[in-house]
Design a protein around this ligand. Sequence first.
Ligand code: NAP
Length: 325
Amino acid sequence: MTSPAAGTAAAHSAERPDVLVVARLWPPMMEALHGAFHVHDRVHQGEPAAFAAIAPRVRAIAASGESKVTREMMAQLPALEMISVFGVGYDGIDVAAARERGIAVTNTPNVLNDEVADLALGLVLAVARRIPQADRYVREGKWSAGPMPLARKVSGARLGIVGLGRIGMAIAKRAEAFDMSIAYTARSEKPGASYRYFPSAAALAAEVDFLVVITPGGAGTRKLIDAKVLRALGKDGYLVNVARGSVVDEAALVEALTSGTIAGAGLDVFENEPNVPAELLGLDNVVLTPHVGSATWQTRRAMADLAFGNLEAHFAGRPLLSPVP
Ligand code: NAP
């Protein structure tokens, strides 16, 4: 005989699947989730007893690209069937552990390519042409004392892309319109791409003026951009990171920026977000943005539709729209 509590829980989950939200998700996405599911918003961060009470019923997790979903967490969720990530990066999800249990993982590829590529080019332009500094120059009334020091030309310069995937290709397409000569590195050469391939980030850095990083995060790319790569980029070179903070050795980057080993950096992502090292905040040759690669209304809407669409498809028994490979 089932206990009354278990009976209620069973009836409840038969109506609306229980979904654990493990990140602060975009409010319209939360609204959509509340409309279709029994939502438990970050209950895992609250009272252990409250989490223990709902854990047996949780059938899906809604996560963000920055969320951590570990093997240990999944072990506490015996009914877990899928994890829907609102973001393309899923380096915080233990996909191997999910796979072992047959738990599906989905993300939101492609719909954010344009947006992240736009920001990457924006950071290239901002750091080379010193656009934020120029804005401050005008506001602080320095213009009347004389012109700003000259900046660095972007059109026609040499661009190196670390990670020629979906977003990397969108960056290359934009850079073509700037008449940039484009080269790249990735784990393997892309036969379909007409750009020059370098087998390592250091070899690529030595041949370019701007090095844009757009790989996934996680163990495979940790500190891929280290002191050696920055030395290869050299005193006239600029680094732009729109990938993950973990891909760049942040201490080595601070040292390279302060010592003049490289000319400047445009950074959207950091090792320990939202904390940005004080040294970076004090530097004039960096442009900093708060992880806003995909942060427009239009793109967040498209990401929400896909992340929600994956949950809907799963519970309707339809094929997932974008399972991670
Ligand atoms: P993707 O299509 O999977 O492309 C990833 C590229 O990185 C591939 O070319 C891959 O090479 C390369 N790569 C992987 N490991 C590498 C390594 N160890 N060394 C060199 N290259 C490596 O992914 P995407 O859709 O373009 O997204 C890329 C990443 O952008 C995401 O995972 C996420 O971390 C980041 N992102 C950031 C923001 C933001 O807000 N700033 C927004 C969206 C995404 P192979 O093809 O040879 O494997």
